[in-house]
Design a protein around this ligand. Structure first.
Ligand code: PRT
Ligand code: ZN
Length: 296
C-alpha cells in the first residue's frame, strides 16, 4: 500500500471532516479520532483545526448543519447522528457506524394514558423536533395526526397542553419519566455515523478508506477482550472450544505439571455467558484485558 501521507493531494491535500462543535457528540468524536491515532489541537471557540499527524482538517459545526455541509462538499465527511441525517434528508452517503451517541426516536404519551397501537395517534397533536421522520412513520401506518414542530424541550409539550403525545430522542428514559410520560413506540434506533460527500475524488476516498480502516480496528477492539487463564490439561480441549480466538487460542505449558496457560480473544458480550462454564471446567486465574486496536 502506498504511503498516502506522502502523496501530493489536490484541495490542499486534506480530508475535511465536520464534527459537532459542542454537545453530546463532540467529546466522543474527538476521542474516536484520538483512538485512531489522530490528534486535533483544541478546537474550542474555533471554526476549524488541523490534525497534527493526519491529512485531516476538522470543522466544528452545529450538528443540524453537518449533512448540508457534506452534501455541498464544504466538508468531505461528517460525524453526526443518524437521526439528524434522516431528518435532513440530504444527498450524502453513510460510510460507517461509529458506535457512540446511541439513542432512539420514540413516541411518548402521558403515563396514565392507555396505548393500544399506532392507531391511538389518529387525530392527535404530536410535538416533535423531527417532523420528517415522524410524518413518514405516520404515513406508513396510515395515520393522520397534527404535527407541532418545536425546537427544544419537547417533553414539556403535553404538560402545558400543547400536544397529546411527543416524538423525541430517548436514551436513559429519565427525561420522559420526570415529565410524567411513557415511551410507547420506537420509530428509529440511532447512533453517530460517518457520512460522506457523493463526489469524493480518488485521493479523498483513499484518505477516507484509511480512516475507516482505523475506525473499524478501534470498534472491533472495543467489542472484544483479551482473556488469559490457567487450565487443567484434562479439560483443555473443552476450554479451547469455548474460546475460539481469532485463529485459535495460544496454549503454553505452565511450570506446574498438568496445567496450561490459555490466551484468547473473545467478544465482551460472550464473556459473561461462558465464565461459569470456564470455572466449572476448572479454569483459574482468569484475566480479562482490554484491547487497544484489533486488526484481523
Ligand atoms: O448545538 P447542536 O445543534 O449541535 O446540538 P443539539 O442540542 O441539537 O444536539 P445534542 O448535543 O443534544 O445531541 C446531539 C446528538 O446526540 C443527537 O442528534 C443524537 O444523535 C445524540 N443523542 C444521543 C441524543 C441523546 N442521546 C439524548 N438523550 N440527543 C439528545 N438527547 C436528549 C433528548 O432530546 C431528551 O431531551 O436527551 C433527553 C433524553 O435523554 P434521557 O437520557 O433522559 O432519555
Ligand atoms: Zn442540533
Amino acid at each position: 500500500m502506498s504511503n498516502i501521507e506522502n502523496t501530493p493531494y489536490n484541495n490542499g491535500g486534506k480530508l475535511k471532516l465536520a464534527i459537532q462543535k459542542s454537545g453530546r457528540l463532540h467529546d466522543d468524536s474527538i476521542k474516536l479520532l484520538k483512538e485512531c491515532g489522530i490528534d486535533i489541537s483544541n478546537g474550542v471557540n474555533k471554526l476549524k483545526a488541523d490534525a497534527s499527524n493526519y491529512p485531516l482538517e476538522v470543522f466544528f459545526l452545529r450538528d443540524d448543519d453537518i449533512p448540508q455541509y457534506v452534501e455541498d462538499g464544504v466538508a468531505d465527511i461528517g460525524f453526526v447522528g443518524e437521526n439528524v441525517v434522516f431528518e435532513k434528508n440530504k444527498k450524502v452517503d453513510e460510510a460507517e457506524k461509529l458506535g457512540f451517541g446511541k439513542c432512539r426516536l420514540s413516541i411518548a404519551i402521558g403515563r396514565n394514558d392507555e396505548y393500544t397501537d399506532a392507531t391511538y395517534l389518529q387525530g392527535k397533536k404530536i410535538a416533535t423536533s423531527y417532523p420528517v421522520i415522524l410524518q413518514s412513520f405516520l404515513d406508513k401506518n396510515n395515520i393522520k395526526a397534527e404535527i407541532h414542530e418545536i425546537s427544544g424541550s419537547v417533553e414539556i409539550a403535553p404538560g402545558i397542553g400543547l400536544a397529546e403525545a411527543i416524538c423525541d430522542l430517548v436514551s436513559s428514559g429519565s427525561t420522559l419519566f420526570m415529565n410524567g410520560l411513557k415511551e410507547v413506540e420506537v420509530i428509529l434506533k440511532s447512533e453517530a455515523i460517518l457520512i460522506k460527500n457523493k463526489n469524493l475524488d480518488a485521493i479523498q476516498q483513499q484518505l477516507l478508506d484509511k480512516l475507516i480502516f482505523r475506525i473499524q480496528s478501534v470498534k472491533k477492539a472495543k467489542n472484544n477482550k483479551y482473556v488469559l487463564l490457567n487450565a487443567p490439561n484434562e479439560n483443555l480441549d473443552k476450554i479451547i472450544q469455548l474460546l475460539p480466538g481469532m485463529k485459535s487460542p495460544t496454549v503454553l505449558p505452565l511450570a506446574t505439571e498438568g496445567w496450561s496457560s490459555v490466551h484468547s480473544v473473545i467478544k465482551e458480550s460472550d464473556f459473561w455467558d461462558i465464565i461459569e462454564q470456564l470455572k466449572t471446567l476448572g479454569a483459574q486465574g482468569i484475566l480479562v484485558v482490554p484491547i487497544e486496536k484489533m486488526i484481523l
